[in-house]
Design a protein around this ligand. Structure first.
Ligand code: ADP
Ligand code: MG
Length: 261
């Protein structure tokens, strides 16, 4: 997509769990080549919003429209594998557990996902069944994405031997194998050391410079401040503010939500 065009439109999205409105009529847009931060205190509904966009959870109201060659199309209700194939890739934190496999094999799972459009569990099973022989084309794709994120020198290490910051970057390489237009990252900086956060931020800026759009769900406001182009702030399921990071930092409702009121 051309720079700055609208690629994701979250339109009055709602998600109700029993009596709880975890996401309550939330509205925001993502434009091509932008890093948008979705921030807010714990329990605000950020991960639920992330799961609605990636098709892991169905909406209970509203629409989510995403870029296609024929304009924006409603993706709400599509299975997550269709959403991946339309160009929205997310990090799969639960797959980090393949610690005895190599970095390269772990990233190749992402290439496999794109080709077969399978659920992660099916992909892992098929890799195990085939005695861990992954097709050469998938390994080539994985290797080029490792190059892109700066982890190529570690491709033959066991994934479990990597530092946490490197594992998070591995997850991004895996998502990049799905050839996304929009990358969804849920708290990628959580638990990282200062230096690792700096490296992660540098990588996300590099991807943006290459034209990637990124939706970053974060609890840590400091991490998003110098990285994002636009911030959406949620609290108790609703959007309480949005705007440029510098402006958001001064916003009374945001200070109240973060500092406790
Ligand atoms: P955040 O990621 O901002 O910390 P979440 O989206 O995880 O917040 O959660 C928002 C609210 O929805 C919380 O009150 C949480 O307990 C609730 N919630 C999240 N997932 C479920 C679920 N599957 N079933 C019931 N309640 C849920
Ligand atoms: Mg969360």
């Amino acid at each position: 997509p051309a720079a700055n065009i609208l690629i994701l439109e979250v339109d009055q999205a709602c998600k109700q769990f029993g009596g709880l409105l975890a996401v309550n009529a939330v509205q925001f847009n993502v434009h091509a080549g932008q890093i948008l931060g979705l921030i807010g205190p714990n329990g605000a509904g950020k991960s639920t919003m992330f799961n609605l966009i990636s098709g892991v959870l169905p909406l209970t109201g509203g629409a989510i429209r995403f870029y296609s060659d024929h304009g924006l199309q409603n993706i709400a209700g599509l299975p997550s594998r269709d959403i991946v194939q339309r160009g929205i890739a997310r990090s799969f934190q639960h797959v980090r557990l393949l610690s005895a496999m190599s970095v390269l094999e772990n990233v190749a799972i992402g290439a496999h996902l794109r080709n077969k459009g399978n659920e992660v569990v099916d992909v892992i099973n098929s890799i195990i069944r085939r005695d861990r022989k992954i097709e050469a084309s998938l390994l080539a794709e994985a290797s080029s994405q490792l190059e892109r994120v700066g982890l190529a020198h570690l491709m033959h290490e066991e994934a479990g031997s990597l530092a946490l910051g490197q594992q998070r970057i591995l997850e991004i390489a895996r998502a990049l194998c799905c050839d996304p237009i929009l990358l969804l990252l849920d708290e990628p900086a959580a638990g990282l050391r200062y230096q690792e956060k700096q490296e992660l931020a540098a990588l996300l800026k590099k991807l943006r410079a290459e034209g990637m759009s990124i939706l970053l769900v974060e609890h840590d406001m400091d991490f998003v401040m110098n990285l994002t182009d636009h911030l959406v702030v949620m609290e108790f399921g609703t959007k309480i503010a949005e705007g440029e990071p510098q402006m958001i930092q001064q916003h009374p409702a945001v200070l109240e939500a973060y500092l406790g009121g």
